[in-house]
Design a protein around this ligand. Structure first.
Ligand code: PNS
Length: 161
């Protein structure tokens, strides 16, 4: 059984993330979408809320499980008996940071492979930050995040004002 972990902040999940999740679920027997519990960032959504949003938009994919983790990613990957870390690559600007992380993870654990997937063309520019920026102006989120979580994003942004 080939298991992969797709880690990230997912604050909130975007259509770009879902694209990577759907495509990895076709390659691997099991995909853990792993939300980093990171107290140093100031996320819009709590980990519990991010998990619920992710579960809502991935419920159609039977071999995907949404989880959260803290500590080192490679430790979590090992704990789940996975051997691959999946990351999405958008523009060239992602490359340097992702390359650094992949090499660091390789240094920490030689038997875990990082696999990069090129984001589909229509999501090259998309990020959770862009989604939050657009939502703060109550502009249209169609095509950026699934319909079923748009109200949650507008509501949360308004609560923050
Ligand atoms: O969506 P993000 O914020 O780009 O995801 C970053 C993430 C969660 C993949 C990265 O921060 C991470 O793996 N953090 C766990 C700590 C760790 O293992 N660090 C060593 C590798 S750089």
């Amino acid at each position: 059984m080939k298991t992969a972990v797709y880690p990230g902040s997912f604050d909130p999940v975007t259509n770009g993330h879902i694209d990577i999740i759907e495509r990895s679920a076709q390659i691997f027997d099991k995909v853990y979408v792993a939300i980093l519990q990171n107290s140093s960032k100031h996320p819009l959504f709590s980990v519990t809320e991010r998990k619920e949003l992710l579960q809502r938009v991935t419920k159609h994919i039977s071999n995907v499980e949404v989880v959260s983790f803290s500590g080192l990613l490679v430790d979590f990957v090992q704990e789940k008996n996975a051997s691959v870390i999946v990351k999405g690559l958008r523009a060239v600007s992602d490359f340097e940071y992702e390359f650094q992380m992949a090499l660091t993870n390789r240094q920490l654990s030689q038997n875990i492979e990082t696999m990069f997937m090129m984001t589909s063309a229509q999501y090259q520019y998309l990020s959770s930050s862009i989604v939050k920026e657009i939502a703060s102006f109550h502009a249209n989120l169609d095509g950026l995040v699934p319909k079923e979580i748009q109200a949650d994003i507008y509501k949360k942004i308004d609560l923050r004002r």
